[in-house]
Design a protein around this ligand. Structure first.
Ligand code: ZN
Length: 499
């Protein structure tokens, strides 16, 4: 589990920048400018955004080699306007001066001359059509969004691409392209494989019939055709769309699907939850063998209600703890999860192992899938080299939960189920103790426990002594998992009643 690592990640997340002002990185050598006016202008732009309370209605995402950032779009006479200085500010040395109705902007060595109410400006002494009137608001020079396509190349000296409708601006050749193709597992289960030209980190959301990947910070652009069809009943199509500064890829599916990341987050595999479970892709095999002709129809996945979801924590490029020079936590958790499934199913408890391959599955998605299955119990499995025996965790909920009416806040989704989670954790701890395995029951702000709407616990297994190789011994694994399964079976009626 690596507790310090977890706390550090948590802290760095909470210390984030305001959501609308993100930046992948800034060019370290970008010369900082003198006039205080710019700072004020920038601050006003940002403050106006923050003071408006909610996220701005519309924004422009800007992608460039130097930085990726998001700017508010303001409305004037029914048209979209943008603060020109803010667009240029992260890219180079910029200054501006307001003299009566004249607003003069200097970017590196390029001068622009704008006049309030005029539809034309001058850049380096040459006429520039603004496609609408120029405005000044709080010392900010505002130009129509549609003027950027012709105006920016004059300042920047290079090509830009503007998607006016969806609020996305690409400076230079920065776009991330992707391809998508269907491949099939040995059992003919479909897997939709996306290959991106750069690492991606989309927000993944699942709902009945669809999985949606939302790209806010990445300059992902449309494939040749925005609608991709695959001639498959389980995963028939994927659709690309963009709006309000984001790109969205929606995968349509007839069964619940899961997205997993590999290849330094350049490859995304979308596959049915149950079949991924049954047929883990062999590590190291290329997945991109899209078949040109539709393969024989995949067997319809068995509609099955899972009582327990066992989550093998970590996976993919998240190794978890390095338990020894040859042992990674992510591998031990899969072995423990499989052992626990076997023990639970031997007691008549239908069990889904959430990660049965070396895939990188985001925490939010692990919780979302378990929630979608309405599992009676969620059990995350961890392994550790320090301490002795087993630690059983329940969620320590944050104070900042924001429940509104019927909508459960994601960070405190566990709230109502917590008493039953604690009952289950106590039963598991008691059974381990009965079998002479050292055990402690703890609460911790351990994700994704707080995002589960049903009873949820985490079980962290350490060796009984100091030899971490015991973690891979099947008899030790079974000693622990059979105790956990016995306790779950004993609380089955309580858990089932709440399901
Ligand atoms: Zn762990």
């Amino acid at each position: 589990m690596r507790w310090t690592e977890f706390m550090r990640r948590r802290r760095s997340r909470s210390a984030g920048v305001p959501p609308a002002v993100w930046s992948m990185f800034r060019a370290p050598a970008a010369p900082r400018r003198g006039p205080i006016l710019i700072c004020i202008c920038g601050a006003i732009c940002i403050f106006a955004m923050l003071l408006s309370g909610a996220a701005p209605e519309r924004h422009l995402s800007v992608y460039s080699v130097a930085a990726n950032y998001s700017l508010p779009i303001v409305q004037h006479e029914g048209r979209n306007y943008i603060c020109l200085l803010e667009v240029l500010e992260p890219l180079g040395k910029v200054s501006a001066k307001l003299e009566g109705p004249r607003w003069r902007l200097r970017y590196n060595n390029v001068e622009g001359d704008f006049q309030v109410g005029k539809t034309h400006a001058r850049v380096q002494g040459r006429d520039a059509d603004l496609t609408g009137k120029f405005y000044v608001e709080n010392n900010r020079g505002l130009v129509p969004l549609t003027a950027l396509a012709s105006l920016l190349p004059r300042f920047l000296g290079g090509p830009v691409t503007v998607h006016d409708e969806s609020g996305r601006l690409f400076i230079g050749s920065v776009a991330t392209h992707f391809t998508a193709g269907l491949s099939f597992s040995a059992e003919n289960a479909p897997r939709l494989i996306f290959h991106f030209t750069a690492p991606v980190n989309p927000t993944v959301a699942t709902e009945p019939g669809a999985l949606r990947m939302t790209f806010t910070r990445e300059p992902v652009v449309a494939p040749a055709s925005p609608t991709l069809t695959f001639g498959n009943k389980i995963i028939p199509s994927a659709i690309y769309s963009e709006s309000n500064g984001t790109a969205v890829v929606t995968v349509n599916s007839s069964v619940p699907v899961i997205a997993s990341f590999s290849n330094d987050r350049r490859t995304v595999m979308v596959s049915p939850v149950a079949t991924q479970n049954a047929t883990p892709p062999a590590p190291g095999t290329p997945e991109a063998t899209a078949q040109p002709t539709p393969a024989p129809a995949a067997p319809a996945p068995v509609a099955r209600r899972y009582f327990a979801v066992v989550d093998a924590s970590h996976g993919g490029d998240d190794y978890g703890e390095t338990l020894s020079s040859t042992l990674l936590e992510k591998d031990v958790t899969v072995a423990l999860a499989r052992s626990l499934r076997q023990e639970l199913e031997a007691r008549g408890i239908p069990t889904l192992v959430l990660r049965d391959s070396d895939a990188n599955v985001p925490l939010d998605q692990r919780a979302a899938i378990s929630n979608a299955y309405r599992a009676a119990i969620y059990i995350a499995v961890h392994a550790a080299s320090s301490g002795h025996g087993v630690r059983v965790y329940t969620a320590l909920l944050p104070f900042d939960g924001d429940d509104r009416g019927n909508f459960r806040a994601w960070n405190t989704a566990q709230h109502a189920a917590l008493p039953l989670s604690q009952t289950t954790a106590s039963a598991v701890a008691a059974e381990l103790q009965r079998r002479q395995i050292p055990v402690r029951a703890l609460t911790a702000p351990l994700r994704p426990l707080n995002n589960l709407v049903g009873p949820a616990i985490a079980v962290e297994v350490a060796p009984q002594g100091s030899d971490s190789s015991q973690l891979t011994a099947p008899d030790y694994q079974q000693l622990v998992t059979s105790a956990v399964a016995t306790a779950i079976a004993a609380t089955r009626d309580q858990l089932g009643a709440a399901q």
